[in-house]
Ligand binder design. Structure first.
Ligand code: BES
Ligand code: ZN
Ligand code: ZN
Length: 484
């Protein structure tokens, strides 16, 4: 979608459709109020009304979209409203839309433009690559959107940033929605190389031979029964410098999680192509940060494997030596994410990072605890936690903190190895996190469990769709914008 900024009045435009965002208390222009019964539209959040201008104003149709009470409006309001609007525009096959705003808001124009852009692009997102029978209606896309504003420079800046963020999220969604037969660890390696060419990051892909030589015991143990061999992927954006902090993002890249020998029941396995959601967040964040040219040295680390049963599979009771040298007693082969992440997190030490941040669809227990509305945050560093909470607030991506007390660290100590990959049923999400923290050394460490938020069977926000969400990309962009 082509999105641009323009000054002037939306109602003088010839576009197919004018989208007018309005707060509850706003006074709509008289030419418009005459076109509908006032009770039909009050500017309430998510309310929409399509009116025909009957030649009273230049555009043929106007879509009124409510924002709710003015002082409660934030960027998330705009993201949702824009997604609602673009879906309506699609329904009536408006190719060009002009966007205007009525009402007093405290938000800056740039922030509004960025949120509208994200909402329109993400609201238009569809995963159609595997459909062979699309008709014209299904293929229809809104091609042009013009945002009317007072400051075209700031608005254009907001649009550019919104497009960068949305591109990262689209990439993450495409990877999550792609089936495990195609989105393999090998394919992840290819994606990183493509990204190197596209946005100028540096990509390194290690195959089984290198993994063996360099002692990636965790990744090899999880991936050893699959014909889709594991990979270890490193993507690097920027360079470290005095005022440029290094942040390592690590993402769980299980391209399919059958559970291994501790095989999952059918119902639990059906969405397990999405067990690479953490890796998708890392890909998406790298894409967005590189496009936005943020001042940060960002290292994306993706341990990737397919967890399968088979004659060569890791057994419950096996002991695995991770890259760090720490030994892991495998009590359940379905708790595999933490085993590959152990190597990924340890690998990050070589960059001497200011923070190691992990994303993973790690535990079903996370969905029991927080459902699909909040991502679980587990961190061993208060300063990092504080920054993340600010970024969460700004990005509209909700996180909720869980405790990381010593007692939880003790729960993953093994009798016969250094650690065990199962802490028991109680506090399952936290013990998975304390297991990971054992590999972070003294580096500030935060882990996001996106098991509930990375993939949705039922969309929650207007800019969601059934499938991958790309959660975490916006949060990381906000965090890294001004990371110190
Ligand atoms: N990939 C799953 C976690 C998961 C479950 C993600 C549902 C998204 C939706 C993970 O590898 C897993 O299987 N975890 C086990 C851990 C258990 C064996 C300790 C779980 O949650 O049951
Ligand atoms: Zn599993
Ligand atoms: Zn898993």
């Amino acid at each position: 979608m082509n999105i641009s900024a323009q000054s002037g009045n939306t109602l003088d435009q010839k576009s197919d459709l004018v989208i007018l965002f309005s707060t509850e208390d706003a006074q709509l222009p008289e030419q418009i109020t005459g076109l509908f019964v006032s009770a039909d539209f009050a500017g309430k959040a998510k309310q929409t009304l399509l009116v025909y201008s009957q030649e009273k104003v230049s555009p043929p149709r106007i879509l009124l979209v409510g924002l709710g009470v003015g002082d409660k409006v934030n960027s998330e309001t705009f993201r949702n409203a824009a997604a609602v609007a673009i879906k309506e525009a699609r329904k009536i096959k408006a190719e060009q839309v002009a966007i205007g705003l009525v009402g007093d808001l405290v938000l800056e124009e740039q922030v509004i433009a960025q949120a509208i852009t994200e909402g329109m692009v993400l609201g238009s997102y569809r995963f159609l690559g595997y459909k062979t029978d699309l008709n014209e209606d299904e293929k229809f896309l809104v091609s042009d959107a013009v945002i009317f504003c007072t400051d075209t420079k700031k608005t254009s800046q907001g649009i550019t940033e919104g497009q960068a963020v949305a591109a990262g999220i689209e990439l993450a969604r495409d990877l999550i929605n792609g089936p495990g037969v195609d989105i393999t660890p090998e394919r992840f390696g290819e994606e990183a190389i493509l990204m190197e060419k596209r946005v100028g990051i540096k990509a390194t892909v290690l195959g089984v031979k290198e993994l063996k030589e360099q002692g990636f015991g965790g990744i090899l143990a999880v991936g050893q029964a699959s014909v889709n061999e594991p990979r270890f992927i490193v993507m690097e954006y920027g360079e470290p410098a005095e005022d440029v902090p290094t942040v390592c993002l690590v993402g769980k890249g299980l391209t399919f999680d059958s559970g291994g020998l501790n095989i999952k029941p059918a119902d639990a396995m059906v969405t397990m192509k999405s067990d690479m959601g953490g890796a998708a967040t890392v890909f998406g964040a790298m894409e967005a940060v590189a496009r936005m040219k943020l001042t940060v040295h960002l290292v994306g680390i993706i341990p990737s494997a397919e967890n399968m049963p088979g004659p060569n599979a890791t057994r419950p009771g096996d002991i695995v030596k991770s890259m760090s040298g720490k030994t892991i007693e495998i009590l359940n082969t379905d708790a595999e994410g933490r085993v590959i992440l152990a190597d990924g997190i340890h690998y990050a030490h070589r960059y001497n990072p200011a923070a190691i941040i992990n994303f993973a669809t790690l535990t079903g227990a996370m969905i029991i605890a927080l459902g699909h509305h909040a991502t679980g945050l587990m961190s061993t560093d208060q300063a990092l936690t504080d920054k993340i909470k600010v970024a969460s607030e700004k990005s509209g991506e909700g996180v909720w903190e869980l405790p990381m007390w010593q007692e939880y660290h003790d729960m993953v100590k093994s009798d016969i190895a250094d650690l065990k990959n199962l802490g028991g049923k109680a506090a399952g999400s936290i013990t998975a996190a304390t297991f990971l923290a054992a590999f972070a050394g003294d580096y500030p460490f935060a882990h996001f469990d996106i098991a509930g938020t990375g993939y949705l069977d039922t969309p929650i926000k207007a800019y969601h769709h059934k499938g991958g969400t790309g959660v975490g990309v916006r949060l990381m962009v906000e965090l890294l914008k001004d990371f110190k």
